[in-house]
Design a binder for this molecule. Structure first.
Ligand SMILES: Cc1cc2nc3c(=O)[nH]c(=O)nc-3n(C[C@H](O)[C@H](O)[C@H](O)COP(=O)(O)OP(=O)(O)OC[C@H]3O[C@@H](n4cnc5c(N)ncnc54)[C@H](O)[C@@H]3O)c2cc1C
Length: 449
């Protein structure tokens, strides 16, 4: 097995491509690189600690050509028309190919009796177009991508190695500086291409649905090196996470629950909003209602959904709520908004390229404009997979090795004392990110005043 304990691994000095992140974006990029390239995929924790594993609702697919305009408009409307139309177009047109790729890897999407794909619906969608596997779509997709990547002899997946920086000069990226979490070894690794696929930023917020290790390190590194970052304050709050007084990650109650008929209720158990509006609008309505009622949460009633449908489509949610003391078949559950998704990020074009040659950014860490100001439900897995594949194809098509002498000079210019205390450095990155978000929020507030 190539994914071994990192303490037993001595990484090579040079790879063809280094990918930072082992979620759907990192893995699909690795799988689509030319098979003769030596690819290193690192992740901060174990590979199952990526948000890709947590995705519940599903992944969008254009169900028929006749749905193109409606899907495009739904995505743009949810994003407040701040989306990049070229990225949205590329995502929608590529959606059938991505689902075909996943099915070829063995991903088991729900089917109708006639064998065709079954689609569910979420807020902001004017028709059902979301493929799903129960309420664990992300786990189903990611485990298949991971098995496929492990079967490739050119792909090396190494857990518990954290990127602390990139090696670069004014003209190019030459690789990364990384710390092995198990043996404390500091690595300076060269790569012809470096791909940042390091996910969201939920770990910098107190209440988030994201894994705590996802703290936007790659975004902070880019800010530090003057690599363009866009819309750093475009942060999505999910309307419905299970209310809890416990500390730690918030458990998501998927929007497809509302898509299938669940309703939101105030403290008198009365409906107060249209549950199928885009997320930012439903979140605002819930917060307004909580303020009016003087409560810490509102209620979600899943009982309008037939019981057998709840059990077959949402078994993970049923199980988790039972563990927390709520039986969704018999009672309402308390829900509250929490940080969920980062629409902003490292600027990347439709090929996944950043503003620094040799450096790509894909998945939630990047901002290619697909989501505008607010992501439409279930567009994220699709966007991550599609643009990661494009980045891999772009790297393969224009492949140019680095100049090793230039890489060595850039490595020589590193101030190694910066990496002597990695936890302190990562904490500084978090603070830098928070400050950048706050500054952008104040700037936009002033502009709109
Ligand atoms: C609870 C939940 C439910 C969701 N449901 C859906 C859904 O139904 N449909 C949908 O489309 N989207 C959904 N999303 C969003 C979607 O899951 C994510 O946006 C998507 O999976 C991001 O994939 P990614 O590969 O970019 O990042 P991730 O899957 O988060 O992977 C990030 C990787 O980067 C690594 N990493 C981070 N920093 C470093 C570092 N410094 N050094 C080394 N490695 C690093 C991490 O260890 C991890 O391996 C959901 C998200 C959550 C949290």
């Amino acid at each position: 097995m190539k994914e071994a304990l990192s303490s037993m691994i001595k990484l090579d000095k040079k790879y063809d491509v280094i990918i930072v992140g082992a979620g759907v974006a990192g893995l699909n990029c690795a799988l689509n690189l030319p098979p003769e390239k030596k690819v290193l995929v690192i992740c901060k924790d174990t590979p199952d600690k990526s948000d890709s594993y947590l995705a519940q609702g599903g992944i969008c697919r254009l169900p028929a050509d006749s749905d193109y305009d409606s899907y495009f408009n739904d995505t743009m409307r949810a994003g407040h028309y701040e989306n990049n139309p070229a990225s949205v177009d590329a995502m929608i047109r590529g959606s059938q190919e991505i689902i075909d790729d996943l099915i070829a890897l063995g991903v088991d999407f729900a089917r109708n009796a006639d064998g065709s794909l079954a689609y569910t619906k979420e807020g902001g969608h004017s028709r059902p177009r979301i493929c799903f596997h129960e309420d664990t779509t992300g786990r189903e997709i990611t485990t298949h991508l991971m098995s496929a990547a492990r079967a490739h002899s050119n792909i090396f997946i190494v857990p518990c190695v954290t990127m602390l920086d990139i090696i670069c000069d004014g003209s190019r990226c030459y690789g990364i500086v990384a710390k092995d979490g198990k043996n404390g070894r500091l690595y300076r690794l060269y790569a012809d291409y470096t791909v940042l696929a390091s996910g969201g930023i939920g770990g910098i917020f107190e209440n988030s649905t994201n894994f705590r290790v996802l703290t936007g390190d790659a975004v902070a590194v880019c800010l530090q090196h003057g690599i363009a970052v866009d819309h750093i304050n475009y942060i999505q709050i999910h309307p419905t996470t299970l209310y809890s007084k416990k500390k730690g990650r918030r458990f998501l109650i998927s929007e497809s629950v509302r898509g299938e008929g669940a309703v939101l209720l105030d403290k008198h158990f009365k409906r107060f909003t249209d549950e199928l509006k885009p997320r930012d609008i439903v979140t605002a309505a819930i917060r307004e209602q909580m303020a009016k009622d003087g409560t810490d949460h509102v209620w979600l009633d899943m009982r309008p959904i037939p019981g057998d449908e709840i059990l077959s489509h949402f078994p993970d949610i049923v199980r988790h709520c039972l563990n927390e003391g709520y039986d969704v078949l018999r009672e309402c559950i308390p829900v509250v908004p929490a940080q969920h998704y980062f629409m902003g990020g490292i600027r990347s074009d439709v090929r996944g390229a950043t503003t620094m040659p040799g450096l790509y950014a894909v998945g939630e860490t990047c901002c290619n404009g697909v989501h505008g100001k607010n992501r439409l439900a279930s567009n994220s897995l699709l966007e991550s997979l599609l643009f990661a594949k494009r980045a891999a194809q772009d790297i393969g098509a224009g492949y140019t090795p680095i100049d090793i002498a230039a890489a060595a000079a850039a490595e020589g210019a590193l101030d190694l004392s910066k990496y002597s205390n990695p936890s302190r450095l990562l904490k500084e990155y978090k603070q830098m990110l928070r400050a950048a978000i706050d500054a952008e929020n104040s700037r936009t507030l002033k502009e709109n005043a």
